[in-house]
Design a binder for this molecule. Structure first.
Ligand code: PBG
Length: 324
């Protein structure tokens, strides 16, 4: 008869005990802060579907990066909004690209902050897809070369880590090979390994101006109905040389985070995506939820599921809360 011998409530009776038996912890050191960089000076455009997030010019990005670092956030990930989009995504790998400029400026002012870059073409192509298009088809192999050029140009600008998010087959191998051949063998790859074709990316596409002009991303991003396939994707990226593997989105995909953590021994990143952020902001604005509590509960649940690090637009707010 477990009861009355076993009373789980004994260990919940006061805050000291609860602290002592807590299984998971969240710290600002777990957080990676995504930032959107745009050409211009003193630009700070709020993204209407992501209150508290902005498209910022390099000068303002540097300030934001500095502030994040002061709060104990170790890393940011940069997304760029180019001046001109074209079929070959040329600004993605231009040395004068907006991300390349931002990397230099940030590393100059806050050298200790880890600068990760998102490696993808969708922000830079005129059609908004993540790859090269021919006859309405998104081509895999011709895209790889452009992704490798983009990753290399980020490394040359001073990026500390690259994060391919395109979901083309074989891109981790090609990026690894290209970085190594150019003397960047120490730059790690954080691959968006299990990235689903998700409606939760909606607000991001407003932020990054990257909505596909036709069709959707289902021929390259994963089907939300699939679980085992995530392990296949992650295994392939690891074989190709990924150093950190990501699951994205995070909230509706905690089973995948958990599977990946159980199956592999690499660090796991979870991307708490734009739509997840926006839903919390919207419900909070309506007064329906306690924003801070819901945010902190969500973030700890990613840790509980197995995430070693969390990419989140809540990073600054969460770090402030954790530093209280
Ligand atoms: C680029 C990319 C996307 C996100 C991160 N990198 C958009 C997409 O795949 O459509 C989404 C991030 C978010 O929603 O917060 N491919």
């Amino acid at each position: 008869m477990p009861f009355p011998i076993h009373r789980p409530r004994r260990l919940r009776s006061n805050p000291v005990l609860r602290d002592m038996v807590r299984e998971n912890h969240l710290s600002p050191a777990d957080l990676i802060y995504p930032l959107f960089v745009i050409f211009g000076k003193k630009v700070k455009n709020e993204i209407s579907s992501m209150p508290g997030c902005f498209q910022m010019s390099v000068d303002n990005i540097v300030k934001e990066a500095q502030a994040a670092y002061k709060l104990g956030i170790p890393a940011i990930i940069l997304f760029g909004i180019p001046e001109h989009k074209d079929a070959s995504a040329s600004e993605a790998y231009s040395p004068k690209g907006v991300v390349q400029q931002a990397i230099k400026a940030i590393k100059d002012k806050v050298p200790e902050l880890m600068v990760i870059t998102d490696v993808c073409l969708c922000e830079y192509t005129d059609h908004g897809h993540c790859g090269v298009i021919k006859k309405g088809k998104i081509l895999n192999d011709p895209t790889l070369e452009l992704l490798a050029k983009e990753a290399l140009s980020h490394a040359r600008a001073g990026a500390d880590m690259v994060g391919p998010s395109d979901m083309m087959d074989g891109r981790v191998a090609v990026i690894r090979e290209t970085l190594d051949a150019n003397g960047y063998d120490e730059i790690p790859i954080m691959s968006y390994a299990a990235k689903y074709s998700s409606a939760f990316y909606g607000p991001f596409r407003e932020a990054a101006e990257s909505t596909p002009s036709f069709g959707d991303r289902r021929s390259y991003q994963m089907d939300p109905a699939n679980r085992r396939e995530a392990l296949k994707e992650v295994a392939l990226d690891i074989e190709e040389g990924a150093d950190i593997v990501m699951v994205k989105p995070a909230m509706s995909y905690m089973d995948i985070i958990s599977d990946v953590k159980e199956t592999f021994d690499l660090p796991v990143a979870a991307y708490n995506v734009s739509g997840e952020y926006s839903m919390i902001k919207a419900a909070a604005q309506l007064g329906w939820i306690d924003e801070t509590k819901v945010m902190m509960e969500l973030l700890i649940s990613f840790k509980r599921a197995g995430a070693d690090m969390i990419l989140t637009y809540h990073a600054v707010e969460a770090a402030k809360e954790l530093n209280k």
